[in-house]
Design a protein around this ligand. Sequence first.
Ligand SMILES: C[S@@+](CC[C@H](N)C(=O)[O-])C[C@H]1O[C@@H](n2cnc3c(N)ncnc32)[C@H](O)[C@@H]1O
Length: 561
Amino acid sequence: MLSEIQCSSDKVMDTNEECSIVLELSKDDLFFDRKKRLLQIKGFSPKERVYLRSSSKPGWLSATVEVLLQIARIIQLNEQELYFAEDDECTSGEFYSPRNELEALNSIVSLIHVSLSSCTPTQANFLEELQKTIFGLISDFGDKNSVKTVVERDRSCDQEKRLLEWGEINGVKTQLQISYVKGAGRGAIARKDLKVGDIALEIPLSIIISEELVYETDMYHVLKEIDGISTETILLLWSMREKHNCDSKFKAYFDTLPEKFNTGLSFGVDAIMTLDGTLLLDEIMQAREHLHAQYDELVPALCNQFPEIFSPELYTWEQFLWACELWYSNSMKISFSDGKLRTCLIPIAGFLNHSLCPHIMHYGKVDNATNSLKFCLSRPCRSGEECYLSYGNFSSAHLITFYGFLPEGDNRFDVIPLDIDVSDVDSFEDKPMSSWTTHMVRGTWLSNNHSIFHYGLPSPLLDHLRRSQSPMLQTKTFLQANLENEIEVLENLRLIFDDMMENLGDIDLNHRENCGWDEKLAIDFEILQGRMASSILISCNNGISMVKTELCKCMAEDIRG
Ligand SMILES: C[S@@+](CC[C@H](N)C(=O)[O-])C[C@H]1O[C@@H](n2cnc3c(N)ncnc32)[C@H](O)[C@@H]1O
Protein backbone atom coordinates (compact mmCIF):
# COMPACT_ATOMS: atom_id res chain seq x y z
CA MET A 1 0.00 0.00 0.00
CA LEU A 2 1.06 3.51 -0.73
CA SER A 3 2.79 5.20 2.15
CA GLU A 4 2.95 8.95 1.90
CA ILE A 5 6.32 10.23 0.84
CA GLN A 6 7.44 11.91 3.98
CA CYS A 7 10.16 14.05 2.50
CA SER A 8 9.11 17.49 1.44
CA SER A 9 10.77 19.89 -0.86
CA ASP A 10 10.76 23.55 0.03
CA LYS A 11 12.05 24.18 -3.46
CA VAL A 12 14.38 26.80 -2.07
CA MET A 13 16.52 28.01 -4.90
CA ASP A 14 19.32 29.83 -3.18
CA THR A 15 21.07 31.58 -5.99
CA ASN A 16 21.07 31.12 -9.68
CA GLU A 17 24.13 28.91 -9.31
CA GLU A 18 23.02 26.45 -6.69
CA CYS A 19 19.90 25.02 -5.19
CA SER A 20 18.91 22.87 -2.28
CA ILE A 21 16.54 20.05 -1.45
CA VAL A 22 14.88 19.74 1.92
CA LEU A 23 14.28 16.30 3.38
CA GLU A 24 11.92 16.41 6.30
CA LEU A 25 10.81 13.74 8.71
CA SER A 26 7.08 14.28 9.15
CA LYS A 27 5.99 15.21 12.67
CA ASP A 28 3.09 12.80 12.11
CA ASP A 29 5.45 9.89 11.56
CA LEU A 30 4.50 7.16 14.06
CA PHE A 31 8.16 6.63 14.87
CA PHE A 32 9.21 10.27 14.86
CA ASP A 33 11.29 10.10 18.06
CA ARG A 34 13.20 7.00 17.11
CA LYS A 35 13.90 8.19 13.59
CA LYS A 36 14.93 11.62 14.88
CA ARG A 37 17.42 9.93 17.21
CA LEU A 38 18.85 7.81 14.37
CA LEU A 39 19.15 10.92 12.18
CA GLN A 40 20.95 12.74 14.98
CA ILE A 41 23.37 9.84 15.52
CA LYS A 42 24.33 10.20 11.87
CA GLY A 43 24.67 13.96 12.22
CA PHE A 44 21.38 15.07 10.66
CA SER A 45 18.37 16.97 11.91
CA PRO A 46 14.73 15.98 11.24
CA LYS A 47 14.57 18.78 8.68
CA GLU A 48 17.73 18.84 6.64
CA ARG A 49 18.55 21.12 3.75
CA VAL A 50 21.00 19.53 1.33
CA TYR A 51 22.75 21.89 -1.08
CA LEU A 52 23.45 20.82 -4.62
CA ARG A 53 26.83 22.34 -5.32
CA SER A 54 28.27 23.52 -8.57
CA SER A 55 29.15 20.67 -10.88
CA SER A 56 32.61 22.20 -11.35
CA LYS A 57 33.54 20.83 -7.90
CA PRO A 58 34.74 17.26 -8.38
CA GLY A 59 32.84 14.60 -6.45
CA TRP A 60 29.94 16.91 -5.51
CA LEU A 61 27.39 14.56 -7.00
CA SER A 62 28.32 11.34 -5.19
CA ALA A 63 28.79 13.21 -1.90
CA THR A 64 25.36 14.84 -2.25
CA VAL A 65 23.68 11.59 -3.22
CA GLU A 66 25.21 9.82 -0.21
CA VAL A 67 23.87 12.46 2.18
CA LEU A 68 20.40 12.49 0.59
CA LEU A 69 20.24 8.72 0.69
CA GLN A 70 21.32 8.37 4.31
CA ILE A 71 18.54 10.74 5.39
CA ALA A 72 15.88 9.32 3.05
CA ARG A 73 16.63 5.76 4.22
CA ILE A 74 15.92 6.67 7.84
CA ILE A 75 12.77 8.61 6.94
CA GLN A 76 11.46 5.60 5.01
CA LEU A 77 12.15 2.95 7.68
CA ASN A 78 9.15 0.91 8.77
CA GLU A 79 8.69 -0.35 12.33
CA GLN A 80 10.47 -3.66 11.90
CA GLU A 81 13.38 -2.16 9.96
CA LEU A 82 13.68 0.45 12.69
CA TYR A 83 13.88 -2.27 15.34
CA PHE A 84 16.85 -3.81 13.55
CA ALA A 85 18.44 -0.52 12.44
CA GLU A 86 21.81 -0.27 14.05
CA ASP A 87 22.34 2.90 15.99
CA ASP A 88 26.03 3.02 15.16
CA GLU A 89 27.42 5.01 12.31
CA CYS A 90 26.31 3.24 9.12
CA THR A 91 29.06 2.74 6.55
CA SER A 92 28.27 4.24 3.18
CA GLY A 93 26.56 1.97 0.68
CA GLU A 94 24.80 0.04 3.43
CA PHE A 95 21.07 -0.40 3.13
CA TYR A 96 18.35 -1.49 5.54
CA SER A 97 16.24 -3.59 3.16
CA PRO A 98 15.48 -3.65 -0.58
CA ARG A 99 12.04 -2.21 0.23
CA ASN A 100 13.56 0.66 2.19
CA GLU A 101 16.26 1.35 -0.40
CA LEU A 102 13.78 1.57 -3.27
CA GLU A 103 11.44 3.77 -1.21
CA ALA A 104 14.33 6.05 -0.24
CA LEU A 105 15.61 6.40 -3.82
CA ASN A 106 12.11 6.96 -5.18
CA SER A 107 11.35 9.57 -2.53
CA ILE A 108 14.40 11.52 -3.73
CA VAL A 109 13.17 11.20 -7.33
CA SER A 110 9.83 12.72 -6.22
CA LEU A 111 11.58 15.63 -4.51
CA ILE A 112 13.69 16.32 -7.59
CA HIS A 113 10.54 16.18 -9.71
CA VAL A 114 8.84 18.82 -7.55
CA SER A 115 11.93 21.04 -7.58
CA LEU A 116 12.25 20.77 -11.36
CA SER A 117 8.83 22.33 -11.81
CA SER A 118 10.03 25.73 -10.55
CA CYS A 119 13.71 26.33 -11.07
CA THR A 120 16.14 28.27 -13.21
CA PRO A 121 17.88 26.60 -16.19
CA THR A 122 21.17 26.37 -14.22
CA GLN A 123 19.42 24.75 -11.29
CA ALA A 124 17.63 22.39 -13.68
CA ASN A 125 21.07 21.22 -14.87
CA PHE A 126 22.07 20.26 -11.31
CA LEU A 127 18.75 18.60 -10.65
CA GLU A 128 18.77 16.65 -13.91
CA GLU A 129 22.29 15.44 -13.24
CA LEU A 130 21.23 14.35 -9.77
CA GLN A 131 18.11 12.65 -11.17
CA LYS A 132 20.20 10.73 -13.70
CA THR A 133 22.47 9.49 -10.91
CA ILE A 134 19.54 8.39 -8.75
CA PHE A 135 17.96 6.55 -11.70
CA GLY A 136 21.31 4.82 -12.22
CA LEU A 137 21.40 3.78 -8.56
CA ILE A 138 17.84 2.42 -8.73
CA SER A 139 18.69 0.41 -11.82
CA ASP A 140 21.96 -0.98 -10.34
CA PHE A 141 20.22 -1.83 -7.09
CA GLY A 142 17.52 -3.74 -8.99
CA ASP A 143 20.12 -5.62 -11.06
CA LYS A 144 22.04 -6.65 -7.95
CA ASN A 145 19.00 -7.75 -5.95
CA SER A 146 16.68 -9.24 -8.53
CA VAL A 147 15.98 -12.89 -9.12
CA LYS A 148 16.33 -14.21 -12.69
CA THR A 149 13.07 -15.64 -14.01
CA VAL A 150 13.08 -18.62 -16.37
CA VAL A 151 10.20 -18.31 -18.83
CA GLU A 152 8.69 -21.66 -19.85
CA ARG A 153 8.06 -20.90 -23.52
CA ASP A 154 6.72 -24.34 -24.39
CA ARG A 155 3.63 -23.95 -22.18
CA SER A 156 0.64 -22.41 -23.88
CA CYS A 157 -1.23 -19.52 -22.32
CA ASP A 158 -4.40 -19.53 -24.45
CA GLN A 159 -6.79 -18.77 -21.61
CA GLU A 160 -4.52 -16.03 -20.31
CA LYS A 161 -4.40 -14.50 -23.82
CA ARG A 162 -8.21 -14.60 -23.97
CA LEU A 163 -8.38 -12.80 -20.64
CA LEU A 164 -5.95 -10.16 -21.89
CA GLU A 165 -8.05 -9.64 -25.04
CA TRP A 166 -11.21 -9.36 -22.93
CA GLY A 167 -9.40 -6.88 -20.67
CA GLU A 168 -8.20 -4.76 -23.58
CA ILE A 169 -11.73 -4.61 -25.03
CA ASN A 170 -12.81 -3.35 -21.59
CA GLY A 171 -10.15 -0.66 -21.40
CA VAL A 172 -7.11 -2.39 -19.88
CA LYS A 173 -3.79 -0.89 -20.99
CA THR A 174 -0.82 -3.17 -20.54
CA GLN A 175 2.89 -3.32 -21.30
CA LEU A 176 2.99 -6.88 -19.98
CA GLN A 177 2.35 -10.29 -21.47
CA ILE A 178 1.56 -13.46 -19.58
CA SER A 179 3.78 -16.56 -19.63
CA TYR A 180 4.48 -19.55 -17.44
CA VAL A 181 7.61 -19.00 -15.34
CA LYS A 182 9.66 -21.65 -13.57
CA GLY A 183 8.49 -22.33 -10.02
CA ALA A 184 5.74 -19.70 -9.85
CA GLY A 185 2.92 -20.60 -12.28
CA ARG A 186 2.11 -17.68 -14.55
CA GLY A 187 3.97 -14.37 -14.41
CA ALA A 188 3.84 -10.98 -16.18
CA ILE A 189 6.68 -10.27 -18.60
CA ALA A 190 7.58 -6.79 -19.89
CA ARG A 191 6.85 -6.41 -23.62
CA LYS A 192 9.34 -3.53 -23.89
CA ASP A 193 11.88 -1.67 -21.74
CA LEU A 194 10.03 0.14 -18.96
CA LYS A 195 11.50 2.95 -16.85
CA VAL A 196 10.84 4.30 -13.36
CA GLY A 197 7.42 5.98 -13.35
CA ASP A 198 6.10 4.13 -16.43
CA ILE A 199 2.67 2.53 -16.08
CA ALA A 200 3.12 -1.20 -16.64
CA LEU A 201 -0.58 -1.95 -16.29
CA GLU A 202 -3.77 0.09 -16.02
CA ILE A 203 -7.02 -1.59 -14.99
CA PRO A 204 -10.37 0.23 -15.30
CA LEU A 205 -12.63 0.07 -12.25
CA SER A 206 -15.35 -1.58 -14.35
CA ILE A 207 -13.49 -4.93 -14.37
CA ILE A 208 -12.42 -4.96 -10.73
CA ILE A 209 -14.28 -7.50 -8.58
CA SER A 210 -15.39 -5.85 -5.35
CA GLU A 211 -18.31 -5.96 -2.90
CA GLU A 212 -20.52 -3.74 -5.09
CA LEU A 213 -21.03 -6.66 -7.48
CA VAL A 214 -22.62 -8.82 -4.80
CA TYR A 215 -25.07 -6.11 -3.74
CA GLU A 216 -26.93 -6.70 -7.03
CA THR A 217 -27.43 -10.43 -6.44
CA ASP A 218 -30.15 -12.57 -4.76
CA MET A 219 -27.41 -13.88 -2.46
CA TYR A 220 -26.95 -10.49 -0.84
CA HIS A 221 -30.53 -10.31 0.41
CA VAL A 222 -29.90 -13.45 2.46
CA LEU A 223 -26.36 -12.64 3.58
CA LYS A 224 -27.05 -9.07 4.68
CA GLU A 225 -29.36 -10.43 7.39
CA ILE A 226 -26.54 -12.41 9.02
CA ASP A 227 -25.17 -10.62 12.07
CA GLY A 228 -21.50 -9.69 11.84
CA ILE A 229 -20.81 -11.28 8.43
CA SER A 230 -17.85 -9.55 6.78
CA THR A 231 -17.78 -8.30 3.20
CA GLU A 232 -14.81 -10.62 2.60
CA THR A 233 -16.95 -13.65 3.55
CA ILE A 234 -19.78 -12.41 1.34
CA LEU A 235 -17.36 -12.08 -1.58
CA LEU A 236 -15.96 -15.51 -0.89
CA LEU A 237 -19.42 -17.10 -0.99
CA TRP A 238 -20.22 -15.15 -4.15
CA SER A 239 -17.09 -16.34 -5.94
CA MET A 240 -17.87 -20.01 -5.10
CA ARG A 241 -21.03 -19.75 -7.19
CA GLU A 242 -19.83 -17.27 -9.82
CA LYS A 243 -16.97 -19.61 -10.75
CA HIS A 244 -19.59 -21.99 -12.23
CA ASN A 245 -21.74 -19.32 -13.89
CA CYS A 246 -21.33 -19.70 -17.68
CA ASP A 247 -22.89 -16.25 -18.21
CA SER A 248 -20.65 -14.48 -15.74
CA LYS A 249 -19.22 -11.16 -16.86
CA PHE A 250 -15.97 -12.48 -15.38
CA LYS A 251 -15.99 -15.88 -17.10
CA ALA A 252 -12.71 -15.14 -18.90
CA TYR A 253 -11.16 -14.39 -15.48
CA PHE A 254 -12.53 -17.45 -13.69
CA ASP A 255 -11.36 -19.65 -16.61
CA THR A 256 -7.75 -18.69 -15.85
CA LEU A 257 -7.91 -19.64 -12.17
CA PRO A 258 -6.22 -22.89 -11.14
CA GLU A 259 -8.27 -25.86 -9.94
CA LYS A 260 -5.98 -26.08 -6.92
CA PHE A 261 -4.06 -23.31 -5.20
CA ASN A 262 -1.46 -25.19 -3.13
CA THR A 263 -1.09 -22.81 -0.22
CA GLY A 264 -0.20 -23.75 3.36
CA LEU A 265 -3.94 -23.92 4.06
CA SER A 266 -4.13 -27.15 2.06
CA PHE A 267 -0.95 -28.81 3.40
CA GLY A 268 -1.36 -32.59 3.86
CA VAL A 269 -0.69 -34.54 7.05
CA ASP A 270 2.97 -35.37 6.23
CA ALA A 271 3.82 -31.72 5.59
CA ILE A 272 2.09 -30.68 8.82
CA MET A 273 4.06 -33.33 10.73
CA THR A 274 7.29 -32.02 9.21
CA LEU A 275 6.47 -28.59 10.59
CA ASP A 276 6.58 -29.78 14.19
CA GLY A 277 8.69 -27.31 16.17
CA THR A 278 8.48 -24.53 13.58
CA LEU A 279 6.72 -21.17 13.70
CA LEU A 280 4.88 -22.08 10.52
CA LEU A 281 2.95 -24.87 12.22
CA ASP A 282 1.15 -22.40 14.51
CA GLU A 283 0.40 -20.01 11.68
CA ILE A 284 -1.13 -22.71 9.48
CA MET A 285 -3.05 -24.46 12.27
CA GLN A 286 -4.57 -21.21 13.54
CA ALA A 287 -5.65 -20.16 10.06
CA ARG A 288 -7.15 -23.59 9.30
CA GLU A 289 -9.04 -23.75 12.58
CA HIS A 290 -10.47 -20.31 11.93
CA LEU A 291 -11.64 -21.28 8.44
CA HIS A 292 -13.13 -24.61 9.58
CA ALA A 293 -15.07 -22.83 12.33
CA GLN A 294 -16.29 -20.23 9.87
CA TYR A 295 -17.43 -22.88 7.38
CA ASP A 296 -19.22 -25.00 10.00
CA GLU A 297 -21.00 -22.03 11.47
CA LEU A 298 -22.21 -20.62 8.18
CA VAL A 299 -22.29 -22.83 5.13
CA PRO A 300 -24.31 -25.98 6.03
CA ALA A 301 -27.08 -23.77 7.47
CA LEU A 302 -27.18 -21.62 4.31
CA CYS A 303 -27.37 -24.73 2.10
CA ASN A 304 -30.22 -26.15 4.21
CA GLN A 305 -32.26 -22.97 4.34
CA PHE A 306 -31.62 -21.58 0.86
CA PRO A 307 -30.63 -24.53 -1.36
CA GLU A 308 -31.76 -22.67 -4.50
CA ILE A 309 -29.14 -19.95 -3.80
CA PHE A 310 -26.48 -22.00 -2.00
CA SER A 311 -26.53 -25.27 -3.86
CA PRO A 312 -24.94 -27.95 -1.60
CA GLU A 313 -22.72 -29.40 -4.37
CA LEU A 314 -21.09 -25.99 -4.93
CA TYR A 315 -20.70 -25.22 -1.23
CA THR A 316 -18.53 -28.11 -0.04
CA TRP A 317 -15.62 -27.61 2.39
CA GLU A 318 -13.17 -28.21 -0.51
CA GLN A 319 -14.81 -25.48 -2.58
CA PHE A 320 -14.84 -23.15 0.43
CA LEU A 321 -11.11 -23.75 0.94
CA TRP A 322 -10.52 -23.09 -2.78
CA ALA A 323 -12.30 -19.73 -2.46
CA CYS A 324 -10.36 -18.85 0.71
CA GLU A 325 -7.09 -19.62 -1.04
CA LEU A 326 -8.19 -17.57 -4.06
CA TRP A 327 -8.98 -14.52 -1.94
CA TYR A 328 -5.93 -14.84 0.31
CA SER A 329 -3.47 -15.31 -2.53
CA ASN A 330 -4.98 -13.09 -5.23
CA SER A 331 -6.89 -10.23 -3.64
CA MET A 332 -5.57 -6.71 -3.17
CA LYS A 333 -6.71 -3.97 -0.79
CA ILE A 334 -7.67 -0.95 -2.84
CA SER A 335 -8.46 2.57 -1.70
CA PHE A 336 -11.43 3.93 -3.70
CA SER A 337 -12.29 7.56 -4.43
CA ASP A 338 -14.93 7.53 -1.64
CA GLY A 339 -12.06 6.90 0.78
CA LYS A 340 -13.14 3.31 1.48
CA LEU A 341 -10.66 0.46 1.47
CA ARG A 342 -12.06 -2.59 -0.34
CA THR A 343 -10.65 -6.08 -0.83
CA CYS A 344 -10.76 -6.79 -4.57
CA LEU A 345 -9.85 -9.35 -7.19
CA ILE A 346 -8.17 -7.65 -10.11
CA PRO A 347 -8.14 -9.61 -13.37
CA ILE A 348 -4.74 -9.56 -15.17
CA ALA A 349 -3.01 -7.80 -12.25
CA GLY A 350 -3.54 -11.16 -10.52
CA PHE A 351 -0.76 -12.59 -12.72
CA LEU A 352 1.89 -10.44 -11.04
CA ASN A 353 4.19 -12.47 -8.80
CA HIS A 354 5.84 -11.24 -5.61
CA SER A 355 9.47 -10.28 -5.15
CA LEU A 356 11.55 -9.02 -2.23
CA CYS A 357 12.93 -6.45 -4.68
CA PRO A 358 9.79 -5.59 -6.66
CA HIS A 359 9.28 -3.33 -9.66
CA ILE A 360 5.85 -2.19 -8.51
CA MET A 361 5.50 -1.05 -4.91
CA HIS A 362 2.54 1.34 -4.94
CA TYR A 363 -0.68 0.32 -6.59
CA GLY A 364 -3.38 0.56 -4.01
CA LYS A 365 -5.17 3.79 -4.90
CA VAL A 366 -7.78 4.42 -7.58
CA ASP A 367 -6.88 7.32 -9.87
CA ASN A 368 -9.99 9.52 -9.79
CA ALA A 369 -9.14 11.28 -13.04
CA THR A 370 -9.09 8.04 -15.06
CA ASN A 371 -11.27 5.83 -12.83
CA SER A 372 -8.60 3.20 -13.02
CA LEU A 373 -5.90 1.49 -11.02
CA LYS A 374 -2.37 2.15 -12.24
CA PHE A 375 0.62 -0.08 -11.62
CA CYS A 376 3.65 2.23 -11.93
CA LEU A 377 7.26 1.17 -11.78
CA SER A 378 9.56 2.01 -8.87
CA ARG A 379 12.48 0.41 -10.70
CA PRO A 380 13.08 -0.27 -14.39
CA CYS A 381 12.03 -3.53 -16.02
CA ARG A 382 13.72 -4.58 -19.24
CA SER A 383 11.92 -6.14 -22.19
CA GLY A 384 11.51 -9.89 -21.54
CA GLU A 385 12.11 -9.51 -17.79
CA GLU A 386 9.43 -10.59 -15.31
CA CYS A 387 7.72 -7.64 -13.69
CA TYR A 388 7.22 -8.17 -9.97
CA LEU A 389 4.90 -6.68 -7.42
CA SER A 390 5.26 -6.33 -3.66
CA TYR A 391 2.45 -8.23 -1.92
CA GLY A 392 3.46 -6.54 1.33
CA ASN A 393 6.08 -6.84 4.05
CA PHE A 394 5.36 -10.46 4.86
CA SER A 395 7.37 -13.13 6.61
CA SER A 396 8.03 -16.41 4.79
CA ALA A 397 5.67 -18.17 7.24
CA HIS A 398 2.86 -15.83 6.12
CA LEU A 399 3.75 -16.21 2.43
CA ILE A 400 3.69 -20.02 2.69
CA THR A 401 0.44 -20.08 4.66
CA PHE A 402 -1.56 -17.74 2.47
CA TYR A 403 0.29 -17.75 -0.89
CA GLY A 404 2.06 -21.12 -0.96
CA PHE A 405 5.63 -20.08 -1.72
CA LEU A 406 8.91 -19.22 -0.09
CA PRO A 407 10.52 -16.18 -1.72
CA GLU A 408 14.06 -16.43 -3.04
CA GLY A 409 16.69 -14.33 -1.27
CA ASP A 410 17.01 -12.88 2.21
CA ASN A 411 13.56 -11.99 3.48
CA ARG A 412 14.19 -9.32 6.12
CA PHE A 413 10.66 -9.79 7.42
CA ASP A 414 11.56 -13.28 8.63
CA VAL A 415 11.81 -12.78 12.34
CA ILE A 416 11.47 -15.03 15.35
CA PRO A 417 9.25 -13.30 17.91
CA LEU A 418 10.37 -13.72 21.52
CA ASP A 419 7.89 -14.28 24.27
CA ILE A 420 9.36 -11.77 26.71
CA ASP A 421 7.42 -9.86 29.32
CA VAL A 422 8.19 -6.19 28.71
CA SER A 423 5.77 -4.70 31.22
CA ASP A 424 7.81 -4.44 34.40
CA VAL A 425 11.24 -3.52 33.07
CA ASP A 426 10.64 -0.87 30.47
CA SER A 427 7.86 0.88 32.34
CA PHE A 428 10.06 2.41 34.98
CA GLU A 429 12.50 3.70 32.41
CA ASP A 430 11.42 6.99 31.00
CA LYS A 431 13.56 6.66 27.91
CA PRO A 432 11.23 6.70 24.89
CA MET A 433 13.67 4.50 22.97
CA SER A 434 13.22 1.59 25.33
CA SER A 435 9.50 1.27 24.87
CA TRP A 436 9.33 -1.52 22.28
CA THR A 437 6.35 -3.65 23.24
CA THR A 438 7.55 -6.80 21.49
CA HIS A 439 10.99 -8.23 20.90
CA MET A 440 12.34 -10.41 18.12
CA VAL A 441 15.45 -11.70 16.39
CA ARG A 442 16.34 -12.45 12.80
CA GLY A 443 19.24 -14.16 11.01
CA THR A 444 22.32 -12.41 12.34
CA TRP A 445 24.03 -12.63 8.93
CA LEU A 446 21.88 -9.61 8.06
CA SER A 447 23.67 -7.46 10.61
CA ASN A 448 26.89 -5.57 9.95
CA ASN A 449 27.80 -5.12 13.57
CA HIS A 450 29.11 -8.24 15.29
CA SER A 451 31.37 -6.40 17.72
CA ILE A 452 31.16 -6.60 21.51
CA PHE A 453 27.79 -5.35 22.92
CA HIS A 454 26.15 -5.97 19.51
CA TYR A 455 26.98 -9.51 18.28
CA GLY A 456 24.70 -9.07 15.24
CA LEU A 457 21.70 -9.08 17.58
CA PRO A 458 19.10 -6.27 17.76
CA SER A 459 19.96 -3.48 20.21
CA PRO A 460 16.39 -3.05 21.57
CA LEU A 461 16.38 -6.72 22.60
CA LEU A 462 19.84 -6.66 24.18
CA ASP A 463 19.09 -3.40 26.01
CA HIS A 464 15.86 -4.87 27.36
CA LEU A 465 17.54 -8.10 28.52
CA ARG A 466 20.39 -6.19 30.17
CA ARG A 467 17.98 -3.99 32.08
CA SER A 468 15.73 -6.84 33.16
CA GLN A 469 18.76 -8.78 34.35
CA SER A 470 20.29 -5.93 36.26
CA PRO A 471 18.28 -2.69 36.26
CA MET A 472 20.84 -0.54 38.06
CA LEU A 473 23.87 -1.34 35.94
CA GLN A 474 25.47 1.05 33.53
CA THR A 475 25.44 -1.17 30.45
CA LYS A 476 27.88 -1.39 27.52
CA THR A 477 30.90 -0.58 29.69
CA PHE A 478 33.95 -2.70 30.39
CA LEU A 479 33.31 -2.91 34.14
CA GLN A 480 33.40 -6.35 35.71
CA ALA A 481 29.79 -6.38 36.96
CA ASN A 482 28.56 -5.24 33.61
CA LEU A 483 30.55 -7.85 31.69
CA GLU A 484 29.23 -10.56 33.98
CA ASN A 485 25.70 -9.32 33.34
CA GLU A 486 26.40 -9.38 29.61
CA ILE A 487 27.47 -13.03 29.77
CA GLU A 488 24.28 -13.98 31.59
CA VAL A 489 22.16 -12.17 28.99
CA LEU A 490 23.84 -14.07 26.17
CA GLU A 491 23.66 -17.39 27.99
CA ASN A 492 19.92 -16.99 28.59
CA LEU A 493 19.36 -16.15 24.95
CA ARG A 494 21.45 -19.15 23.94
CA LEU A 495 19.20 -21.42 26.01
CA ILE A 496 16.11 -20.30 24.06
CA PHE A 497 17.74 -21.11 20.74
CA ASP A 498 19.32 -24.35 21.91
CA ASP A 499 15.77 -25.49 22.70
CA MET A 500 14.52 -24.32 19.33
CA MET A 501 17.26 -26.23 17.48
CA GLU A 502 16.48 -29.34 19.49
CA ASN A 503 12.76 -29.09 18.69
CA LEU A 504 13.48 -28.67 14.98
CA GLY A 505 15.34 -32.00 14.91
CA ASP A 506 17.43 -33.28 12.00
CA ILE A 507 16.51 -32.42 8.45
CA ASP A 508 16.75 -35.20 5.86
CA LEU A 509 17.65 -33.50 2.61
CA ASN A 510 17.64 -36.74 0.58
CA HIS A 511 14.02 -37.30 1.60
CA ARG A 512 13.10 -33.84 0.26
CA GLU A 513 13.72 -34.88 -3.36
CA ASN A 514 10.94 -37.48 -3.28
CA CYS A 515 8.38 -35.28 -1.53
CA GLY A 516 5.27 -33.56 -2.80
CA TRP A 517 4.99 -29.76 -3.11
CA ASP A 518 3.75 -29.30 0.46
CA GLU A 519 6.38 -31.41 2.21
CA LYS A 520 9.10 -29.69 0.14
CA LEU A 521 7.86 -26.30 1.30
CA ALA A 522 7.66 -27.51 4.90
CA ILE A 523 11.25 -28.80 4.76
CA ASP A 524 12.46 -25.57 3.16
CA PHE A 525 10.86 -23.61 5.96
CA GLU A 526 12.43 -25.87 8.56
CA ILE A 527 15.83 -25.26 6.95
CA LEU A 528 15.21 -21.51 7.02
CA GLN A 529 14.22 -21.46 10.67
CA GLY A 530 17.17 -23.71 11.55
CA ARG A 531 19.52 -21.33 9.72
CA MET A 532 18.14 -18.36 11.62
CA ALA A 533 18.34 -20.11 15.00
CA SER A 534 21.86 -21.39 14.41
CA SER A 535 23.09 -17.92 13.34
CA ILE A 536 21.78 -16.59 16.66
CA LEU A 537 23.52 -19.37 18.56
CA ILE A 538 26.79 -18.59 16.78
CA SER A 539 26.37 -14.90 17.64
CA CYS A 540 25.71 -15.75 21.31
CA ASN A 541 28.73 -18.06 21.45
CA ASN A 542 31.03 -15.55 19.77
CA GLY A 543 29.66 -12.86 22.06
CA ILE A 544 30.27 -14.92 25.18
CA SER A 545 33.91 -15.53 24.20
CA MET A 546 34.45 -11.86 23.38
CA VAL A 547 32.99 -10.75 26.71
CA LYS A 548 34.92 -13.43 28.63
CA THR A 549 38.17 -12.18 27.10
CA GLU A 550 37.34 -8.65 28.24
CA LEU A 551 36.35 -9.96 31.66
CA CYS A 552 39.73 -11.73 32.03
CA LYS A 553 41.53 -8.50 31.08
CA CYS A 554 39.43 -6.56 33.54
CA MET A 555 40.11 -9.02 36.39
CA ALA A 556 43.82 -9.12 35.56
CA GLU A 557 43.95 -5.33 35.79
CA ASP A 558 42.14 -5.43 39.13
CA ILE A 559 44.72 -7.89 40.48
CA ARG A 560 47.60 -5.76 39.17
CA GLY A 561 45.95 -2.60 40.51
C1 LIG B 1 -1.49 -13.28 -7.43
S1 LIG B 1 -1.01 -14.85 -7.90
C2 LIG B 1 0.24 -14.54 -9.07
C3 LIG B 1 0.04 -15.35 -10.34
C4 LIG B 1 0.25 -16.82 -10.21
N1 LIG B 1 1.65 -17.12 -10.41
C5 LIG B 1 -0.62 -17.60 -11.14
O1 LIG B 1 -0.11 -18.40 -11.93
O2 LIG B 1 -1.83 -17.43 -11.08
C6 LIG B 1 -0.19 -15.36 -6.44
C7 LIG B 1 0.40 -16.74 -6.52
O3 LIG B 1 1.52 -16.76 -7.38
C8 LIG B 1 2.56 -17.58 -6.88
N2 LIG B 1 3.73 -16.72 -6.60
C9 LIG B 1 3.75 -15.40 -6.48
N3 LIG B 1 5.00 -14.95 -6.28
C10 LIG B 1 5.79 -16.03 -6.27
C11 LIG B 1 7.18 -16.21 -6.10
N4 LIG B 1 8.02 -15.20 -5.91
N5 LIG B 1 7.66 -17.48 -6.15
C12 LIG B 1 6.84 -18.53 -6.33
N6 LIG B 1 5.50 -18.42 -6.50
C13 LIG B 1 4.98 -17.18 -6.48
C14 LIG B 1 2.01 -18.22 -5.61
O4 LIG B 1 1.45 -19.43 -5.98
C15 LIG B 1 0.93 -17.24 -5.19
O5 LIG B 1 -0.09 -17.83 -4.44
